[in-house]
Design a binder for this molecule. Structure first.
Ligand code: TXA
Ligand code: MG
Length: 327
């Protein structure tokens, strides 16, 4: 059996020096995983199609799934998009830097490799200081999906990036644990009607408050977002979701189960392994992927999760969990 040339180890970069090294690697067309406030992204120079193509190989992601391009300045919007409506600037001013992606009509120069052949492009200005430093010092824009193998959980720490992509990417820049913990809200401004295509940390109510018009959120966001397949964001162990009442009945007889819950009485009814989440939404979202990663690494054959509140403010959490659960 013949072996390929040995894969290079992935460099682990830290703060000050790491920013310089990340810029050098990105300019050379290499892949660098970078921290954002939502999840870690797998970045490539968005103006270099050969570099961007490597993202799909490293992740095992289908080529028609478009990528979000990350900017360091709002003024770069016009480099990447055309026919930009006034709403885009209103939302950018209100929420950038932050977890909001604007879907706009792409500028002619944007490579099909970035947009998966679509005529639209997702753009966002992220809030992590290290990534902003990379973007602003270099003037680059980077295409970056979440830094996980296709369909797996999105990483919220450098260690989680390495767990999935070690040896497949040039480097990861350690920026600590992500503050938000769930992927950005995607809002479509490319057509007539403003629509949320992926629920996220910026809620539809917050968008409405800025724009002064009602904004629709499709029940499931597979409309026009090819990357949003039903099974996604999955831990390796089977994950099942139960209501609090169901758990109170089932737990006394449960075996080999890792329980993830946010209610005291649920936790009090189980003698096995328990991982607790906060009952407040922001803290819950921040810890969710990390907790699912942790559950995967513990002894136990399955994960049971207490269903979070079914309320509009929890739309992003419920959306991701619906995809994370095994059918
Ligand atoms: O918070 C985030 O958005 C993170 C960080 C790294 O910025 N990124 C992220 O990227 O979640 P990704 O590729 O894992 O998810 C982006 C989603 C995909 O489902 C993709 O199909 C969709 O956005 N998307 C991107 N550009 C699009 C476009 N032009 N039209 C429709 N959907 C698009
Ligand atoms: Mg992703």
């Amino acid at each position: 059996m013949s072996h390929q040339a040995t894969e290079n180890a992935t460099e682990l970069l830290h703060a000050a020096d790491g920013v310089e090294r990340a810029i050098t690697l990105l300019r050379a067309g290499a892949l660098v995983a970078v921290p954002t406030e939502t999840v870690y992204g797998l970045a490539a120079d968005a103006s270099n199609p050969l570099a961007v193509a490597k993202i799909f190989t490293a992740k095992g992601r289908p080529a028609n799934h478009p990528l979000i391009v990350h900017l360091g300045q709002m003024s770069q919007l016009a480099d990447w998009a055309v026919d930009i409506p006034a709403e885009a600037y209103l939302l950018a001013q209100a929420f950038w830097p932050g977890p909001l992606t604007l879907l706009l009509n792409k500028a002619p120069k944007v490579s099909d490799v970035v947009t998966g052949g679509k005529q639209t492009i997702g753009l966002r200005l992220p809030a992590h200081p290290l990534l902003l430093q990379i973007l602003q010092q270099s003037g680059l824009a980077v295409a970056a999906p979440s830094a996980n193998p296709y369909k797996k959980l999105s990483p919220t720490s450098a260690e989680q990036v390495l767990a999935g992509l070690n040896g497949k990417i040039a480097a990861v820049l350690d920026g600590g644990d992500c503050q938000v913990g769930l992927e950005s809200t995607i809002v479509d401004l490319s057509g007539g009607q403003v629509q949320v295509l992926r629920a996220g940390p910026v809620s539809a109510a917050e968008l409405e408050a800025v724009l002064g018009v009602p904004i629709t959120t499709p029940q499931s966001h597979n409309v026009a977002v090819p990357g949003n397949v039903k099974a996604h964001y999955q831990p390796s162990k089977p994950l099942q979701m139960f209501s609090r009442n169901q758990l109170l009945k089932l737990l006394p007889a449960a075996q080999d189960v890792i329980l993830i819950c946010h209610s005291h009485d649920v936790a009090n009814n189980y003698k096995g392994t328990i991982l607790r989440l906060a009952s407040e939404k922001t803290a819950y979202a921040r810890a969710l992927y990390r907790t699912l990663f942790q559950a995967d690494s513990l002894a136990g054959s399955q994960i049971w999760l207490e269903q979070p509140p079914q309320e509009p403010a929890w739309a992003d959490v419920n959306d991701r969990l619906a995809r994370a659960c095994h059918p």
